[in-house]
Every structure is written in structure tokens, then in C-alpha cells.
Ligand binder design. Structure first.
Ligand code: SAM
Length: 227
């Protein structure tokens, strides 16, 4: 059996990414946990969840109750040094989105300069430090609200451009999609931006150089990476 992809789950909440990647008790999230997952290719080796606005840390407690606390951290990610995070192949996370969330009016949104938005730079820091230590993270898989593409209000698209450019500077090729949960059988119109980046030393990055135009039309990198 090929080695599993080691995953670090940031901003883990109650473990949505983990359920999607690992399934639950051997069953797949896509099937509503009714069908066997088969050969599961992912293993979460470390997770982090910390809620700044409350003392009680409910999400982290739920996470620990479900998945155990041995490899889980309940600290502000800004205080966690990259060398305290085990080496991993894929970093995932739905980084906090209050600044762009539709729950606020557009004029109140602060974009990446907003208080929580700057947490993007924690992801960037970890990727950079892992690379400097000689253990670059091969894949990055992130989720945010669709408004991320248009933030901030006065300079539409600047925040997303900064994210793309800073990933490119670190040596990643980046793809993104806006996916509506309603198109996947869920009873809500919830649009989310998914970002998938892969590092320049991965096989998929090298293939990308040769494919170019057909790449997106053929489904992008996700089916190639994880089929
Ligand atoms: C958009 S939610 C992600 C939800 C998650 N994907 C799930 O399945 O539940 C962002 C999460 O980041 C957490 N968070 C906010 N600031 C943080 C920080 N400084 N360090 C670590 N986690 C933080 C929030 O408590 C929240 O649970």
C-alpha cells in the first residue's frame, strides 16, 4: 500500500476537513457515512483549534472527544512554532473568514488587514519555516467564503491576489474553485472558495508545465493527485 499523505489540520473547528479526508470509522463523508471508504489515503498527524473570543473552547473539546488529544493543540496558532508541528505532506484549513463573511455588511468587511484575516500569514509562516527547515509541505488545501475573491471592498480582489502571489513566491502552483454545496445535494446555497496549491518539487507540479491549456478543462489537479 502506498504511504498515506500526512495532513496537518489548522483552524480545525470540529474537524470538517478531517471527516472529508479520513472519513469516519472507515466510512466516507461523501456517502453520508454509509459506504466504506476503501483505501484511505490521508492521515491527520496534527491538528490545531483555538477560539479567541471565548474561554470555553467548545470546538476544540468536541474535536478532542471525537479524535483524541494526543496530536491536537488548543493554542493560538500565532504562538505555535513551525518546528512544534510534525512534518506533513499537506496543510489544510478553513482559515477564519469573519472579515469577508456574508454575515457582515460589505462595508464593514476588513479583508486581510482585518483582525482575523491576518491569520493567513500564520499559514504562510508555517509553509515558509517548513521549507527553510528542508521539509517543504507538498500540498496546501484551504477553504474560505466566496467573498475572499472580492475583498477588500475598496480594492476588490487585492487580498486574493496577495494570497496567490505569496504562495507563488514560496514556490507553489495554485488552483482555486468556488463550490456551491447546493450542487452536491446539500439543502443550502453555501458557496465556498477552495484553494489547492502544490509545491514545485512534486510530480504534479512538473506535469503542470507540460499540460497547460487542458489542465482545468480536465478537472484540474485534484483528480490527478487523489484518484
Ligand atoms: C471557519 S472556522 C473552520 C471550521 C472547520 N473547518 C470545521 O470543520 O469546523 C475557523 C476556525 O478557526 C478558529 N480560530 C480562530 N482564530 C484562531 C487562532 N488564532 N488560532 C487557532 N484557531 C483559530 C476558530 O475558532 C474557528 O473554529
Amino acid at each position: 500500500m502506498k504511504n498515506k499523505i500526512r495532513v496537518a489540520e489548522l483552524f480545525a473547528g470540529v474537524g470538517g476537513f478531517r471527516l472529508g479526508l479520513e472519513g469516519w470509522q472507515g466510512r466516507s463523508a461523501l456517502s453520508g457515512y454509509t459506504k466504506k471508504l476503501g483505501n484511505n489515503g490521508f492521515e491527520v498527524v496534527w491538528s490545531n483549534q483555538w477560539e479567541p473570543s471565548t474561554k470555553s473552547q467548545d470546538a476544540s473539546k468536541v474535536y478532542e472527544q471525537r479524535f483524541g488529544n494526543e496530536h491536537h493543540s488548543n493554542n493560538d496558532i500565532a504562538t505555535v512554532a513551525a518546528n512544534h508541528i510534525p512534518d506533513h505532506d499537506m496543510l489544510v484549513g478553513g482559515f477564519p473568514c469573519q472579515d469577508y463573511s456574508v454575515a457582515r455588511t460589505l462595508s464593514q468587511s476588513g479583508g486581510l488587514q482585518g483582525k482575523k484575516g491576518v491569520l493567513w500569514w500564520e499559514i504562510h509562516r508555517i509553509l515558509k519555516d517548513k521549507m527553510a527547515a528542508g521539509n517543504p509541505v507538498s500540498y496546501v488545501f484551504l477553504e474560505n467564503v466566496d467573498r475572499l475573491l472580492k475583498s477588500p471592498v475598496k480594492k476588490r480582489g487585492r487580498d486574493f491576489a496577495i494570497i496567490l502571489a505569496s504562495l507563488a513566491d514560496l514556490g507553489y502552483a495554485v488552483e482555486w474553485r468556488v463550490i456551491n454545496a447546493a450542487e452536491y445535494g446539500l439543502p443550502q446555497r453555501r458557496r465556498r472558495t477552495f484553494i489547492l496549491a502544490f509545491f514545485k518539487d512534486t510530480a504534479i507540479y512538473k506535469q503542470l508545465d507540460h499540460k497547460q491549456g487542458d489542465w482545468i478543462a480536465e478537472g484540474g489537479s485534484w483528480p490527478r493527485l487523489f484518484r
